[in-house]
Design a protein around this ligand. Structure first.
Ligand code: ZN
Length: 501
C-alpha cells in the first residue's frame, strides 16, 4: 500500500483533472460553443463538478490528512509537502462542512438568478431580481453559518477568496485608503479633464489584436503555452502551468478597452504560468488568493501598462500600426488620455484612482446586507446615496447602478469584491519591492525590456503557487505586511505629475 502522502497526491490528481476538464468546458462555453450546446454543456459541467466534489469529500481523504497531521505531521515543517497537506486540509474542511444539498441548492439558485439578471439588467428592472437577491442573502448567511466562530458573517466568505483577511481588518484598511482617495479625486476632478477623443477613433480590430499580442509577448506571455481568444467578458483560465488562456473584448471605436484588458488578463496568465510546474495537479497549484491574483493583473495593466516609461517605447510602435489615427497625436496627449480621472458610474471602466471607491461602495453595502441593517429592497437607494457621497455622481437608472456587476447575481453576497482593491494595494507593494531589489527595472521598462520585472515576480511570487499563505507570501516577497503606503505614494507621484494636487 502506498504511503499516505503519495496516496493523497494521487487522489488529488483526480480532483484536479476533473476540475480542469470542467474549466476547459467553461472556456469553450464562453468562446466558441454554439448556442445550441448550452443544455448539454450544463449537464456535462454538472457531472464533472459533482464528481470532483465527491472525490474531495471522500472520508478516505480526511483519514489520510489525519494520518499525515498526527504526531506533529509526517512532513518536514516548512517543506512543500507540509504546505501541500495544509492546503489540502483547508479545502477538505471547507468542502465537508457544507452539506451537499446546500451546495446543490445554492448552485441551482444562482444559475437561475444569473439567467434572470441577464434580462433584468438591460431592461433596468431591479424588481425582477429583488426576490432572488433576498434568497441569495439568506443562502449567503446560511453558508457563513457552516463556519461557526467568525466575528462577522462575511468573514468566512472573504476568507474563501482572500485567506487570512477579515471584515474588521478590511474595514480598517479600506477606511484609511478611502480617507485619502476621496479628497484626491475631489481635487483632480475639479480641474479640466484631459481630452481622450484620440482613443475613440476607428481602430480595426485585427490590428488591435496584433499589437496587443506583441506587447504581452514582450511581457513574457508564451503562445506555446497560452492562447488569446475573444469573449464578451474578458477572463483568464488555466488548465495547467503549461496551458493558460486569456480572452479579450475588442471595440472598433474604443482602443483602451481591448488594449488594457489584454494587458490585465496577461498579468493573471503570467502568474498561473509561472507557478512551479511540480505543483501541477496538487493543492499547491495556481494563484494563492483573489487579491494576489489581481495584484498581478493590475500591476501589468496599470503600474506598467499605463506608465509614461512604458509608452515612451511602445507609443511610436502604436503610431506605426495606426498612422492615420495616432500619427498626429503626441505621446503626452495619449498618455494623459489613458490616465484620465473622472467621476463615473461603471466600475469596470473606472480609472485607476476612482476604481477603489467603486469597490468599497459594494463592499460596505454587502456587509450592511449581511448584518441585516440594509434590506435588499432598499439597496438601489443606498447605492445611489453612496455614489453621491463618494463619487459625486448619481446613476439615473439601476442598469448603471446596482444591476451593473454580475457578482451578487451569480454567487454569494460577500467575498467577491475586496480582492480588487487588495490587488491594487499589493500590485504597488510588489512593484516597489521589485524595484528595490533591482533598481534598473524602471529603466528596463522604458527600454521595452520586461525580463527584470518578470523575473523578480516569477521568483518571489509566481513560483510559490499556494505554498505560502497570502500573508506569508507578501511578507516574504516585500519584507512587510500588507501596506497601503506604497500604493498611495504611487498614486500621488503619478497623478501629481498629471494634475495639480
Ligand atoms: Zn482581474
Amino acid at each position: 500500500m502506498a504511503d499516505p502522502l503519495t496516496e493523497l497526491k494521487t487522489r488529488w490528481q483526480t480532483i484536479s483533472d476533473l476540475r480542469h476538464a470542467a474549466a476547459v468546458l467553461h472556456w469553450d462555453q464562453s468562446t466558441y460553443m454554439p448556442p445550441g450546446g448550452a443544455a448539454a454543456r450544463g449537464q456535462q459541467l454538472g457531472t464533472l463538478t459533482r464528481l470532483a466534489h465527491e472525490h474531495l469529500v471522500d472520508p478516505r481523504l480526511g483519514g489520510l490528512l489525519d494520518q499525515l497531521e498526527r504526531n506533529g505531521g509526517a512532513c518536514l515543517p516548512g517543506s512543500a509537502d507540509a504546505a501541500l497537506v495544509r492546503a489540502a486540509r483547508r479545502e477538505f474542511d471547507r468542502a465537508v462542512k457544507v452539506p451537499a444539498r446546500f451546495v446543490a441548492a445554492l448552485s441551482a439558485h444562482t444559475s437561475a438568478l444569473y439567467d434572470t439578471w441577464t434580462r433584468a439588467r438591460p431592461a433596468d428592472d431591479f424588481g425582477a431580481v429583488r426576490a432572488g437577491l433576498e434568497r441569495s442573502l439568506d443562502l449567503s448567511r446560511e453558508l457563513a453559518g457552516y463556519f461557526p466562530g467568525y466575528d462577522h458573517p462575511a468573514d468566512p466568505l472573504i476568507d474563501y477568496a482572500d485567506h487570512g483577511m477579515t471584515t474588521a481588518a478590511l474595514r480598517t484598511l479600506f477606511g484609511a485608503l478611502r480617507a485619502q482617495l476621496v479628497p484626491l479625486v475631489e481635487t483632480i476632478t475639479s480641474q479640466p479633464p484631459p481630452d481622450d477623443a484620440c482613443l475613440r477613433q476607428e481602430f480595426p480590430v485585427d490590428q488591435q489584436r496584433v499589437f496587443g499580442q506583441a506587447l504581452i509577448r514582450k511581457f513574457g506571455f508564451d503562445f506555446q503555452h497560452g492562447r488569446q481568444d475573444e469573449s464578451p467578458h474578458p477572463f483568464m483560465t488555466s488548465f495547467a502551468t503549461g496551458d493558460v488562456r486569456i480572452t479579450t473584448r475588442f471595440q472598433l471605436h474604443e482602443l483602451g478597452d481591448g488594449l488594457f484588458s489584454t494587458l490585465h488578463e496577461a498579468g493573471h496568465a503570467l502568474y498561473e504560468r509561472g507557478v512551479n510546474p511540480a505543483y501541477d495537479r496538487s493543492p499547491l497549484a495556481g494563484g494563492v488568493s483573489a487579491g494576489v491574483h489581481e495584484s498581478q493583473s493590475r500591476l501589468w495593466e496599470n503600474v506598467v501598462g499605463r506608465s509614461r516609461a512604458f509608452w515612451e517605447q511602445a507609443y511610436p510602435e502604436l503610431q506605426t500600426v495606426f498612422p492615420d489615427q495616432l500619427g498626429p497625436v503626441t505621446l503626452e496627449t495619449f498618455y494623459r488620455a489613458i490616465n484620465r480621472v473622472e467621476r463615473s458610474l461603471i466600475r469596470t471602466e473606472a480609472d485607476e484612482l476612482t476604481y477603489n471607491l467603486h469597490v468599497m461602495i459594494r463592499f460596505d453595502l454587502e456587509l450592511a446586507m449581511l448584518e441585516g441593517t440594509l434590506a435588499v429592497g432598499d439597496l438601489p437607494h443606498a447605492w445611489r446615496e453612496r455614489y453621491r457621497t463618494d463619487l459625486g455622481i448619481v446613476p439615473g437608472n439601476d442598469r448603471d447602478g446596482v444591476l451593473q456587476d454580475v457578482h451578487w447575481f451569480s454567487g454569494t453576497i460577500g467575498g467577491g469584491f475586496q480582492g480588487y482593491t487588495l490587488g491594487n494595494i499589493l500590485g504597488s507593494q510588489f512593484f516597489q519591492a521589485a524595484c528595490a531589489a533591482h533598481p534598473a527595472i524602471p529603466a528596463a521598462i522604458a527600454g521595452g525590456r520586461f525580463e527584470p520585472l518578470h523575473g523578480w515576480l516569477a521568483d518571489n511570487v509566481y513560483t510559490h503557487g499556494c505554498r505560502y499563505t497570502p500573508t506569508e507570501l507578501v511578507e516574504q516577497a516585500t519584507g512587510h505586511p500588507l501596506d497601503i503606503a506604497p500604493y498611495l505614494g504611487y498614486l500621488e507621484t503619478k497623478f501629481g505629475e498629471l494634475y495639480t494636487l
